[in-house]
Design a binder for this molecule. Sequence first.
Ligand SMILES: O=c1[nH]cc([C@@H]2O[C@H](COP(=O)(O)O)[C@@H](O)[C@H]2O)c(=O)[nH]1
Ligand SMILES: [Mg+2]
Length: 237
Amino acid sequence: MSNHKLLRPDAKVTHVIFDVDGLLLDTERIYTECFQEICAEFDKEFTWDIKVKQMGKKEKESGQVLLDTLNLPLSLDELIRKLREKLDEKLPFTELLPGAEKLIRHLHNHHIPIALASGSDGWCYRRKIASHKELFSLFHHCVLSSDDPEVTHGKPSPDCFLVCARRFDDSPKLDQVLVFEDAPNGVEAALAAGMRVVWVPDDRADRSSFEGRVDLILDSLENFKPECFGLPAFNSS
Ligand SMILES: O=c1[nH]cc([C@@H]2O[C@H](COP(=O)(O)O)[C@@H](O)[C@H]2O)c(=O)[nH]1
Ligand SMILES: [Mg+2]
């Protein structure tokens, strides 16, 4: 699927929604470090199986996954306090992932409406984008599921993508919205919202789970060819 053989080659995309963590920003590595440190305090291992269940979820929902799976002797509030202490130190140094800046600037320059839909909350988001404020100001809007009263359930529920689509000025048709995601929970959410999906998975993800269901699977955003979705090509003026 990474060679741009598309599921629905003729359907033109009008609006684009990006996930944030692990897709545009290299924050999944930071979450892994923080959770590994917390789990190690209790002689427990933070595994990929746990991480993949957490990725994309609201902060509290994902914290509960960890507590339930490992039986950590912590309340949810204590876990989140520990996590935030660690994130506070690490998130301001967040870097962009390859291909992200080029694609965001390209779509913005060509007046394609772009927005963000994340599992994050404002406290984390402000720290994550601290060194990238100008770039992130190019998005029309940003839905932060952990804080947003209209997002009842986090990913894999479609809520955040449906809320995000509604907040564009011109109410796009859902099947003309393209979502970029890294997390399986996020891909499920976008598919449930009836949107098109480009999945940029972690190397450890089981790709077979979404083959034939998403439009495209890419190793990196750098390999994306916008013209395959009816969007302006990179070399267009
Ligand atoms: O290892 C983890 N990765 C990601 C998350 C959760 O996923 C969110 C990021 O979601 P998204 O990729 O939708 O921005 C984080 O804010 C956090 O709540 C987590 O708990 N643990
Ligand atoms: Mg993500």
